[in-house]
Design a protein around this ligand. Structure first.
Ligand SMILES: [Zn+2]
Length: 69
């Protein structure tokens, strides 16, 4: 995962990434397990969560463009 990161709270640019699995409902109301990345600011602990599925889709379709800093 190569998302640019700058903490929204304090502007720090170092982070750690954790992975977690969360049950989610799809269109047929069946439970699926969704994988998420959690980026945590190493300075203040503020965390952002990203859907691994959507990141993978965007990388495949080459639609994803990282925010320019
Ligand atoms: Zn921070």
């Amino acid at each position: 995962m190569n998302l640019d990161f700058k903490c929204l709270k304090c502007g720090y640019d170092k982070y750690q990434v954790a992975t977690c699995i969360i049950p989610e409902k799809n269109n047929t109301l069946k439970l699926e397990l969704g994988k998420y990345y959690i980026k945590t600011c190493l300075h203040c602990g503020y965390s952002e969560m990203y859907s691994a599925k959507i990141i993978a889709q965007n990388e495949k379709n080459e639609l994803y463009e990282p925010a320019k800093s």
